[in-house]
Ligand binder design. Structure first.
Ligand SMILES: *[C@@H]1O[C@H](CO)[C@@H](O)[C@H](O)[C@H]1NC(C)=O
Ligand SMILES: *[C@@H]1O[C@H](CO)[C@@H](O)[C@H](O)[C@H]1NC(C)=O
Ligand SMILES: *[C@@H]1O[C@H](CO)[C@@H](O)[C@H](O)[C@H]1NC(C)=O
Length: 141
């Protein structure tokens, strides 16, 4: 008996498990990952420059469904650029990328119509993002 094919089969399985399993966890679990990353960002925002703390973002209004999460992540592209200059909050960008990917996995590629009513400083924006995610998690549980 040749053991090599079996071993490579195990290796392939492990590879698939490690690199993005094809089945996604259920939405409440994914929302939990999202919240974990959002809270990390909130934590790290305490160490950003005064200039960055004054950075304002649009707050989505009338958000109700999962697809509306995109209305928050759409706002993050300029933020990710501005955060490049924050020496004390380097890893913040990695969390923002994670947040974006998590939201993309929940909403799919279909784009939603977004309405923005007000602007808030970055801290307020993340607070809104967290409370909307918590609301969705409660609704999906
Ligand atoms: C904020 O900066 C301080 C001092 O550099 C550091 O000890 C702390 O871990 C930082 N906090 C976060 C959340 O990165
Ligand atoms: C989020 O993902 C979308 C779709 O892949 C991409 O176009 C956008 O640039 C990403 N935004 C950030 C802040 O990474
Ligand atoms: C948001 O909802 C309120 C109340 O349902 C409505 O009056 C308002 O026009 C909506 N705003 C937008 C931008 O859709």
């Amino acid at each position: 008996m040749n053991k090599v094919p079996l071993l490579s089969c195990i290796a392939l399985t492990l590879f698939l498990l490690a690199n993005g399993a094809p089945t996604l966890p259920p939405p409440p679990t994914v929302l939990q990952y999202l919240l974990r990353d959002l809270i990390k960002v909130q934590d790290k925002l305490q160490n950003v420059s005064e200039r960055m703390k004054k950075y304002e973002l649009h707050i989505p209004s009338n958000t109700s469904s999962m697809a509306d999460l995109q209305c928050f992540t759409k706002e993050l592209t300029p933020v990710a650029g501005a955060l490049k200059y924050e020496s004390k909050a380097q890893t913040i960008q990695e969390y923002i990328n994670n947040i974006n990917e998590t939201v993309n996995s929940l909403t799919g590629t279909e784009t939603t119509q977004c309405h923005y009513a007000t602007k808030m400083k970055i801290e307020g924006f993340f607070k809104e993002f967290v409370s909307f995610s918590q609301k969705l998690r409660a609704l999906t549980q």
